[in-house]
Design a protein around this ligand. Sequence first.
Ligand SMILES: *Cc1c(COP(=O)(O)O)cnc(C)c1O
Length: 437
Amino acid sequence: MIYNEIQQEIENKIEKTGEASKWKDWKWQLKNSIRNLETFEHLTGINFNNTERQALKETFQKFPLSITPYYLSLIDQNNYRNDPVFKQAFGGIEELSVLKSEMPDPLSEDKDSPVEGITHRYPDRVLFHVSNMCAMYCRHCTRKRKVGDTDFVPSKEQMLKGIEYIRQNTQVRDVLLSGGDPFMLSDEKIDWLLTELRALSHVEVIRIGTRMPVVLPYRITDKLVSILKKHQPLWINTHFNHPNEITSSAKEALARLADGGFPLGNQSVLLADVNDCPRIMRKLLHKLVQNRVRPYYLYQCDLSEGLSHFRTPIGKGIEIMESLVGHTSGFARPTYVIDAPGGGGKIPVMPNYIISWSTNKVVLRNYEGVITTYKEPDNYDHKMCEHQCEDCTLELNISERDESKAIGIEKLLSDSSDVISLIPENNERLQRRDDSK
Ligand SMILES: *Cc1c(COP(=O)(O)O)cnc(C)c1O
């Protein structure tokens, strides 16, 4: 039984039914989400003074509040100001200060959108925003610009535009459903959407990004899992940020998904005063793998508006990665990434392990500080690669070979390209050359 005293108290305050508990009914949870300050104070027993109340109301006017009773019950009422769940769910007046370096859409998701709902940034995969709703409004949301602005679920007609785009772009082999939270859609709509996407033969993998296991684990019902199972291969990524979020209810939801046969991943955001500590992070990662969730990304907090109080220096992330490499299992370690402002995509950052290099040796250091050398082969036969796979001695014989061209740094390294440099647009030095002609 996962029903504790605090939960019971909250439920009684919301609704004195005297009947069987509705706590685990996800629709009841959504219907009774906490969306204003008064209800928050009433249910938690936390009270703010008038000045605070005024400032908080102003905050919630700009960035709305919405917390499920379940997630609310995780807040430590006696120490709420330091509580990681409180900080993620409730926020504060810090959100009203917007820095010059911050942007409404720092990742240019709306600019890289060929049709409504689709962000197409990488060659072979797209982000498909299939819902504008979330069970809980994370205060650190990267899409804060959209939070709470008329909650809506796109109609089937609207979704069909995105599906049509994917149908026509056959290089898309991976579709990442996001939002909002895709599990805010009804079971029926999820089934329909996945059926439509599965009908596209070039879509090899579908991924779902959801925070339901964290903020509303009761959404992961047996019925939902049985629907999802019809549409394999499906990967599911969730968003735990702190070990306190891995409750028995969350564990149950994760077990259901893992037993359903879906590989589970987790994306965390590095948040000041929430999880910017190597010990907390390691605890979180260990609890995740214990529950069959593979840590995937650790994000540097984006430059979205009103998030400055959540941001850490990059050095904090590197320090955390340093505390993981070698110290714990490789599969418990996420990739630390900065999502490039302006839409450049995710850039991995790591401590440095290569100390020096000569023509035949590499000097490396390990996590203990031991310095070691790796002797490179004396007679590695560099094979010129002109992408003529038919003539190659490796004889890969890949039937559905993709001959797409190399781009970016890959292109600089490629033998089959004559390009020797990548030059930014409007390079002044080269413009002078043109001018002097
Ligand atoms: C993160 C992201 C993806 C998926 O990237 P992976 O590194 O494959 O997980 C795809 N599109 C956009 C716009 C993204 O932000």
